[in-house]
Design a binder for this molecule. Structure first.
Ligand code: CP
Ligand code: NVA
Length: 314
């Protein structure tokens, strides 16, 4: 079933219905199959995308550049070190100019309000490549990875361990509660998720029937987990907090002992980049239950799918 997403932007999965998310996942799976079977298209031929980066990136940048470029599109990488944004020109004026030159825009940066301004003043589809608040293209790839591994979302328990306030934890609460995965967040008290995100996600579970739980008790939280997911202890922009975070989060490290406490076969997930020895030990992330590398690959397929759908090419 095709759903019309032409012209839409992606700020967070909170703005997409479960049906739309499901459609994007199925499209991503189809796009991945094409790649595996060496079926080549030129669906972005003659099109351009502006890739605005205020923060570093490996996966997101490479996913956008390769997905768009290999189908004939022309991606233009614009780091905030190079362009006028932030120094001499407002986000509104930047958006107006980019909107005149490009078919679509990706933004990775600090403020979600910048993304909203890009949407408002460019008039083109804008994709969130990560802000302090949300990371929707990551969680789309995560949901796709779950779908590939378990072939369902119903009854699957994802336990996120670590900094419950960051962009990945917030987007996971939103994405899981929309898709119908059960999610538990285990964080120390100062890093428990923001109340507004929890209540938003709780609202979504009313439709999907999934469960959401928030706790500080990591050992209890992981019992029965199908998936243990973690992320860095200090996100981009909060590097100065790392020493405090190490103290707070040491008991929340994902290691062999924690994986064993689930009492079942459990896979490990991580958005990457990882700091091995902090949030996860090398034996877990490099072990045979790690899906981290599949998640990374799926960034490309999901990003291609969202661009195809919102540019009206499928
Ligand atoms: N997971 C992720 O967004 O990776 P990058 O920071 O390398 O883009
Ligand atoms: N929470 C991390 C995710 C990196 C992909 C960060 O914002 O740095």
């Amino acid at each position: 079933m095709s759903i019309n997403l032409k012209g839409r932007s992606l700020i967070s999965l909170k703005d997409y219905t479960p049906e739309e998310i499901n459609y994007l996942i199925e499209l991503s799976i189809a796009v991945k199959k094409e790649k595996q079977n060496n079926i080549r298209h030129q669906r972005f031929k003659g099109m351009t995308i502006a890739l605005l980066f205020e923060k570093r990136s490996t996966r997101t940048r490479c996913a956008f550049e390769t997905a768009f470029g290999e189908e004939g599109g022309f991606p233009v990488f614009l780091s905030s070190e190079d362009i006028q944004l932030g120094a001499k020109e407002s986000i509104e004026d930047t958006a107006r100019v980019l909107g005149r030159m490009f078919d679509c825009i990706q933004y990775r940066g600090y403020k979600t309000s910048n993304l909203e301004a890009l949407v408002k003043y460019s008039g083109k589809p804008v994709y969130n490549g990560l802000t302090d608040d949300f990371h929707p293209t990551q969680v789309l790839a995560d949901i796709m990875t779950v779908r590939e591994y378990f072939n369902t979302y119903k009854g699957i328990k994802l336990v996120y361990v670590g900094d419950g306030r960051n962009n990945v934890a917030s987007e996971l609460m939103i994405g899981c509660s929309k898709a119908g995965l059960d999610i538990r967040i285990a964080s120390p008290q100062p890093l428990l998720p923001c109340e507004n995100i929890v209540s938003l996600a709780k609202n979504f579970t009313k439709k999907s029937g999934s469960a959401i739980e928030i706790t500080t008790d990591v050992k209890k939280a992981v019992q029965g987990a199908d998936i243990i997911y973690t992320d860095v202890w200090a996100s981009m922009g909060e590097e100065d907090k790392l020493a405090d975070r190490i103290k707070l989060l040491k008991p929340y490290q994902v290691n062999k002992e924690l994986m064993f406490l689930t009492g079942k076969e459990t896979i490990f997930m991580h958005c990457l980049p990882a700091v091995k020895g902090n949030e996860v030990t090398a034996d877990v992330i490099d072990g045979d239950k790690s899906e981290a590398w599949n998640q990374a690959e799926n960034r490309k397929h999901t990003i291609k799918a969202i661009m195809l759908a919102t540019l009206g090419l499928v």
